[in-house]
Design a protein around this ligand. Structure first.
Ligand code: IPE
Ligand code: IPE
Ligand code: MG
Ligand code: MG
Ligand code: MG
Length: 294
């Protein structure tokens, strides 16, 4: 990782983890459910979505405390999506974040409910955030619902399941990937900039930037599923082939997927300039997302 990013990554990771701890102080969560939620939350995710929220915020503003609850809420919601993505009825995977998947460590019912609990808690975290105005809360909650819901991430997961064992066109693949992965990335970038008081023009370009970044991120995820190192990734490789998934390497070959990824990266960089954000952490993050090995 570029040295420039390391202190920034560590700062966000620590702030988000502290926020998680404060969430579990609330009474009334059954012990096993709590253990199961914390097992996946604390399993060592990269925290890339909170990092994106903060990077986007820092492009326009300074006091990062303003966005930590939003960033932590998004990571909670993302963690729910991973727990459910790994379930036997979906991708049926045994490893995640270097550990057994939630349903393997606990049981299927607990994993489903831990996911439900993380999802619902993410909305509560924003609703109870003392840093946001009432108007900001409504905007952020509405956007999170849109990006994660039945026309957002869940739509993408649904289409991903439907596309198993079928030949998808590039256009169909872009639709699946931009929904299942891109929408939460779009939330991260948009929410950070919105809370940093970016103007309408900047938000419009950042929205387009996030679309390209989301595709880039999922192409690399698909590539790593073929050529990655399971030890580094903390999840099994070859899962997509085993599930007959529609992926970029399957459609375009590895070299074609790498070339496509570079076109998304180039568009993303150009859009950052238009959003007046090319001096922010978002620019090195494009390269990090494209070249990451885990
Ligand atoms: C994995 O996301 C799921 C996808 C949307 C491709 P990450 O690669 O960000 O996973 P964690 O959060 O670090 O475990
Ligand atoms: C998952 O895509 C996207 C979401 C969880 C919404 P993948 O199924 O490719 O993610 P991994 O490879 O299991 O992390
Ligand atoms: Mg999946
Ligand atoms: Mg999966
Ligand atoms: Mg994958």
């Amino acid at each position: 990782m570029a040295n420039k990013l390391q202190p920034f990554f560590s700062e966000v990771q620590q702030l988000v983890d502290e926020k998680f701890d404060s969430c579990f102080e609330q009474a009334g969560i059954p012990q096993k459910l709590k253990d199961s939620m914390l097992y996946s939350l604390k399993a060592g995710g990269k925290r890339l979505r909170p990092i994106l929220v903060c990077a986007s915020y820092f492009a326009y503003a300074k006091d990062v405390n303003k966005v930590i609850s939003t960033a932590a809420a998004l990571e909670m919601l993302h963690t729910y999506s991973l727990i459910h993505d790994d379930l036997p009825a979906m991708d049926d995977d045994d490893y995640r974040r270097g550990k057994l998947t939630n349903h393997k460590m606990f049981d299927e019912a607990t994993a489903i409910l831990a996911g439900d609990a993380l999802l619902t808690n993410s909305f509560g975290l924003i609703a109870n955030d003392g840093q946001l105005t009432a108007e900001e809360k409504v905007e952020i909650l509405g956007l999170l619902s849109l990006c994660s819901g039945p026309a957002g991430m869940v739509a993408g997961q649904f289409l991903d399941m439907e596309a198993e064992d079928k030949k998808s066109t590039l256009q169909q693949l872009e639709q699946i990937h931009s929904l299942k992965t891109g929408e939460l990335i779009r939330f991260a970038v948009y929410a950070g900039a919105y809370l940093g008081n970016a103007n309408e023009t900047q938000l419009t370009y950042l929205n387009k930037f996030a679309y390209q970044l989301g595709l880039l991120f999922q192409v690399q995820d698909d590539i790593l599923d073929v050529v990655g190192d399971a030890g580094k990734l903390g999840k099994s490789v070859g899962s997509d082939e085993g599930n007959l998934k529609s992926t970029y390497p399957k459609l375009l070959g590895i070299d074609g997927a790498i070339a496509k990824k570079e076109t998304y990266a180039q568009s993303a960089r150009e859009l950052l300039k238009k959003a007046d954000a090319e001096a922010s952490y978002l620019l090195p993050l494009v390269d990090y997302f494209s070249q990451r090995d885990h």
